[in-house]
Design a protein around this ligand. Structure first.
Ligand code: ADP
Ligand code: MG
Length: 672
């Protein structure tokens, strides 16, 4: 059984020593730089002993202590904990020992500066999976027992050295601390605080804890019941101190040692809860790290924000555009088919071909799939009204034009079948023309001169909301017969537009029209284009645009991700000591990995959310400047953006997080 994972400390009774070193060597470096710091140490420590390890600076005391505390492994020889060789233990099992069995007290306290006294005390319990309430209760009790009841929420910087060392003792006791390892615990303290710390350690020993104190000070070693002296990496003396110095006071001795070892055997459900609580804790740590570097975090996020904003905005814009076009087309009459003379677009003879005649128009009118039909005969002329003149476009149309194009009248009426039959000199003007000539005047019944043709205004169209053509152009609609016979003198129709009857599919109607006109003309000399085709083209165009901008955005996201990775690597380097401390008090590699990974994901996720919000801001600005169209956000693009930024966090955060998790606790602790 691994001590610490269950019920540690039976070693003494079981006959073998609690801790046992056999020929332990520690060799640093390799080749020319090879230094042997410990030369085969043999040592047995029994349960309940108070041992002082004494020696000059550089003699290898800390190296030995780190091996005893499972922070480091022997290069040669063996180290047995309660009869189990540390060589057989996996790094997670060593972490469990550090967390549940050993309690480390360092010369320089090694508290985390951004956590309160209670927060620091709780760390080993977090990694052990103790639930939050029990954790803070225990931490509070320990701090009170060590005389820090009123300093529970103080940061290390608000505590004196002696108080900080007492916090670190509380931390060592948090999970039981069967074996207390104190490496020069008084080295950084004044005499009084130092004596206080020694008194506490002696009390703990009296309460059943095995205590090992490393010191270079003989007067401190004199408190111990056994003094081991090392010089240059070898034990030179190991003697029993029959008359240890008495502790200063005893009044608190009785109170010590009643803490029951917490129950660390976890049922699957409790293990799950413990995992959850560790995750929560890692999340909180990541959050604290982030907000303590706000500016840097924001700059790191920038790439992600821009990338996500670009993708979400462009997708929304594309959707807005195609929705707008769809709306326009359905306003024009959902199913319209335009018929042109010639074989196809760009037929050079199209101008000379007179394949579309007014007779075709009349014939099409009676086909069953035709709802309504109009030609368009366009010509540009000067319009006159009174003394005003302006150039504009005459549109020769049929009486069904308004139905085909879905045009609405603001006043008057549209051209009738009789007007067409009689080549009547009547005109329906658009909103631009009304504004141009008839501001403040009723245009109905007035005579406007189109080129040389005087026409009575019989109707006014509503303002047109079409994305096609010049929005300021003046347009006047007259019967196509009038246009052909009275204006152009040329009976060529440039286009016929058919609105397909509801219930007929565009494709079928289009084929019918082609067949019908081919038979009529004895040749296929026309071609068609339907609103469906236009819609499809526009959707394809916006699709291509979206793809293009998405590619750019992906590049931006990758660059952003590299930024995140870069900053995370810096952050790991900066926080090496923190990582070392966490490992020393029992964090697993996976805990460290998780903490840094969460931090990277958090940065990216928040960046992604900010990007979405920015894109929403863009849409507000956009709708302020462009009234005719709005950005349409899709849930899919937002979900995809969030997923994407999370993935970036995981991918680019992994390397730095792994670097952090791979740190050697000793090296990490030594780093400033
Ligand atoms: P003590 O704690 O007794 O002062 P240490 O155990 O810290 O001594 O160090 C013993 C010797 O090992 C010293 O000479 C020191 O330079 C050397 N040493 C310690 N750590 C390393 C290391 N990581 N690499 C190389 N040498 C080291
Ligand atoms: Mg040392």
């Amino acid at each position: 059984m691994i001590p610490g994972a269950g019920d540690p400390g039976q070693g003494g009774e079981a006959g073998h020593p609690l801790l046992s070193l056999r020929g332990v060597k520690r060799i640093y470096g390799a080749g020319d730089q090879r230094i042997e710091v410990l030369h085969g140490i043999d040592l047995d420590i029994r349960k309940g002993e108070l041992v002082a390890i004494i020696g000059a600076s550089g003699s290898g005391k800390s190296t030995l202590m780190n091996i005893i505390g499972c922070l480091d492994r022997p290069s040669e020889g063996d180290y047995l904990i309660d009869g189990v060789s540390s060589r057989q233990l996996h790094s997670d099992e060593l972490a469990a020992l550090r967390r549940n069995y050993f309690g480390f007290i360092f010369q320089r306290y090694h508290l985390l500066s951004h956590l309160s006294a209670a927060g620091n005390t709780e760390i080993p319990a977090i990694y052990a999976g103790m639930d939050g309430a029990a954790r803070s209760r225990n931490a509070q009790a320990l701090l009170e027992r060590l005389g820090l009841g009123d300093k529970i929420s103080h940061l290390p910087s608000q505590l004196s050295g002696g108080q900080q060392q007492r916090v670190s003792i509380a931390r060592a006791l948090m999970n039981g601390g069967q074996v207390i390892l104190a490496d020069e615990p008084t080295g950084a303290l004044d005499t009084k605080s130092g004596k206080e710390v020694i008194r506490i350690l002696k009390e703990l020993n009296a309460a059943g804890h095995t205590v090992i104190i490393v010191t270079h000070d003989p007067s401190i070693a004199a408190h111990a019941g056994r003094i081991i002296e090392i010089r240059d990496g070898s034990v030179i003396a190991d003697r029993i101190n029959e008359f240890p110095t008495e502790p200063l006071t005893r009044e608190e001795s009785a109170a010590a040692g009643e803490d029951a070892t917490p129950d660390l055997s976890l049922s699957p459900f409790r293990a799950f809860l413990a995992g959850l609580s560790r995750f929560q804790e890692a999340f909180r740590m990541a959050w604290i790290a982030m907000i303590s570097h706000r500016m840097r975090t924001l700059l790191t996020m920038l790439g992600i924000i821009i990338g996500i904003m670009a993708v979400v905005s462009v997708v929304a814009l594309g959707r807005g555009a195609s929705q707008k076009v769809t709306d326009n087309i359905s306003a024009m009459g959902t199913n319209t088919i335009s018929i042109f003379p010639g074989k196809d677009w760009g037929d050079v003879r199209a101008n000379r071909i007179q394949s579309l005649s007014v007779f075709d128009l009349e014939a099409l009118r009676h086909e069953v799939y035709v709802d309504s039909v109009t030609p368009t005969v366009n010509t540009s002329v000067l319009f006159h009204y009174g003394s005003q003149e302006a150039s504009g476009q005459i549109n020769g149309v049929s009486d069904q034009y308004d139905r085909v194009r879905g045009a609405d009248l603001a006043a008057g009426r549209f051209i009738s079948r009789e007007h067409v039959r009689d080549m009547a000199q009547v005109a329906v003007i658009d909103d631009n023309t009304r504004k141009k000539f008839f501001s403040g005047e009723d245009p109905l019944g007035k005579i406007i001169i189109l080129g040389r043709l005087p026409c009575v205004v019989i109707g006014v169209l509503k303002k047109e909301e079409s994305p096609f053509g010049n929005p300021d152009a003046l347009k006047v609609y007259i019967p196509y017969t009038s246009a052909i016979y009275r204006v152009t003198g040329n009976n060529k129709l440039s286009t016929i537009v058919v609105r397909v009857r509801d219930g007929w599919s565009n494709a079928v109607a289009e084929q019918q029209i082609i067949n019908f006109l081919t038979i009529r003309h004895n040749a296929k000399d026309i071609f068609t284009s339907s609103s469906d085709t236009i819609l499809k083209t526009i959707q394809e165009t916006t699709g291509t645009m979206t793809l293009l901008v998405s590619c750019i955005a992906v590049i931006s996201l990758v660059v952003g991700g590299i930024g995140v990775m870069n900053i995370m690597l810096v952050s790991v380097t900066e926080r090496t000591r923190e990582i070392g401390i966490r490992m020393a008090v029992g964090a697993r590699k996976s805990d460290i990995l998780q903490q840094f990974l969460i931090e990277a994901v958090l940065v990216c996720l928040i960046g992604g959310i900010l990007g979405i919000l920015c894109s929403y801001g863009v849409s507000l600005v956009f709708s302020y400047f462009v009234q005719s169209m709005s950005m349409v956000f899709s849930l899919f693009s937002i979900v995809a953006a969030v997923t994407c930024s999370t993935l970036i966090g995981v991918i680019f955060g992994y390397l730095p997080a792994r670097n952090a998790a791979r740190l050697d606790p000793i090296v990490a602790l030594a780093r400033e």
